[in-house]
Ligand binder design. Structure first.
Ligand SMILES: N[C@@H](CCC(=O)N[C@@H](CS)C(=O)NCC(=O)O)C(=O)O
Length: 275
C-alpha cells in the first residue's frame, strides 16, 4: 500500500492511499480519516455517488470535526475501478468510471467492476492489516445517492458485519428507475432476476433485514422523482416492519451543501450504535 498524502485535521489524520487491487485488477485509491487519541476506533464507511471519487466527500462533506469529536474512523473508497482497459464510458455519467454501483459485474468487458467484493473482502482486510487503530468489530456504513444504494444493499446483505447504516438521498430501487436500470442491465445482463441482489427494495422483499436505517432526502433534489423515490423504500419498510427513519428536508437539493448540513446528525446516528 502506498501513502499518497497525509494532513493533520482537527487533531486527527486525513490520508489518501493507493494499492494494487487483486479484486478489480486495477490500482485503487481510498481516503481514511483517523481521529485523534488512542484507538481502536469504530470504522464508518462512506460510499459516494455517481461521478465521484474518494475526493468529493473529503473536500465537501465536512465530516472531520465531528468524526474527531466522536472518535470515528471514516473510510472513503472510490466508486469504481479506473485506468488501463477499464470500460470508462466517458460519454455517460451513469456507467463505467465513477459508476461502479457497488456490485460484482458478470457481463463481458466489465470484469474489473467488482466493487461489492472489493468492499466486502479486500478493502476491509487491507484496512485491518495496515491500520492498527481500525476496530473491524464495530463497522457502520453510509453513503450518498448511488453510494446510498451501496450502503443500504451492503448493510441488508451483511447485517452481521455492520452495526449501523444511513443514507443521503439514496437510490432505493435501481431496477425500476431508468437512470439506474441501465447500469444493472449493462453490468449484470438482461435478466432482472439477477438485479435483485443489488436493489434495496428487492432485498427487503426477499427477506433481508437490518436493525434500523436513517435516510435524509432533500425535497428540492432534481433526481427525487425520476431516480430516488424514497417513498417506495418507506412503503417497503412499513409493510415488512423494517425500521426506517426517513426525513424529508424542505428546500435541500442533491449536492454536498445538503450532505454537509446533515453530516453531523448521521455521524451521531452511527456513533450511538457503534459505541
Ligand atoms: N453529472 C450529473 C450530476 C451528478 C451528480 O449530481 N453526482 C452527485 C452524486 S449522484 C455528486 O455527488 N456529484 C459530485 C459532487 O457534487 O461533488 C449531472 O450533470 O446531472
Amino acid at each position: 500500500m502506498e501513502t499518497l498524502s497525509t494532513a493533520i485535521a482537527f487533531g486527527g489524520t486525513q490520508g489518501v492511499y493507493r494499492h494494487a487491487s487483486a479484486t478489480t485488477g486495477t490500482a485503487m485509491t481510498f481516503a481514511v480519516y483517523t481521529p485523534p487519541g488512542d484507538g481502536p476506533f469504530p470504522v464508518l464507511w462512506y460510499l459516494s455517488g455517481l461521478t465521484c471519487s474518494h475526493q468529493n466527500v473529503m473536500d465537501k462533506g465536512e465530516y472531520r470535526r465531528m468524526a474527531a469529536e466522536l472518535g470515528l474512523m471514516i473510510v472513503c473508497p472510490d466508486t469504481s475501478p479506473r485506468g488501463g482497459d477499464v470500460m470508462a464510458h466517458d460519454d455517460d455519467w451513469q456507467l463505467g468510471c465513477g459508476a461502479g454501483f457497488y456490485l460484482d459485474a458478470t457481463t463481458p468487458g466489465y470484469q474489473h467492476f467488482q466493487m461489492y467484493s472489493y468492499l466486502t473482502d479486500e478493502l476491509p482486510a487491507l484496512l485491518g492489516a495496515y491500520f492498527a487503530d481500525a476496530d473491524l468489530s464495530r463497522q457502520g456504513i453510509f453513503g450518498h445517492s448511488m453510494g446510498g444504494h451501496g450502503a443500504l444493499t451492503l448493510a441488508l446483505k451483511n447485517p452481521e458485519r455492520f452495526k449501523s447504516c444511513s443514507a443521503f438521498a439514496p437510490i432505493v430501487h435501481p431496477s425500476t428507475a431508468d437512470w439506474s436500470s441501465k447500469a444493472l442491465r449493462t453490468y449484470l445482463g438482461d435478466d432482472p432476476a439477477h438485479w435483485r441482489a443489488y436493489d434495496a427494495i428487492s432485498l427487503i422483499e426477499d427477506g433481508h433485514r437490518f436493525d434500523a436505517f436513517l435516510v435524509d432526502q432533500g425535497e428540492a433534489d432534481s433526481f427525487l422523482h425520476d431516480g430516488l423515490r424514497p417513498w417506495l423504500f418507506q412503503d417497503a419498510c412499513e409493510s415488512t416492519g423494517q425500521d426506517l427513519t426517513l426525513r424529508m428536508q424542505p428546500g435541500y437539493d442533491h449536492s454536498y451543501f445538503f450532505i454537509s448540513t446533515f453530516m453531523d446528525d448521521h455521524l451521531h446516528w452511527h456513533a450511538q450504535r457503534l459505541g
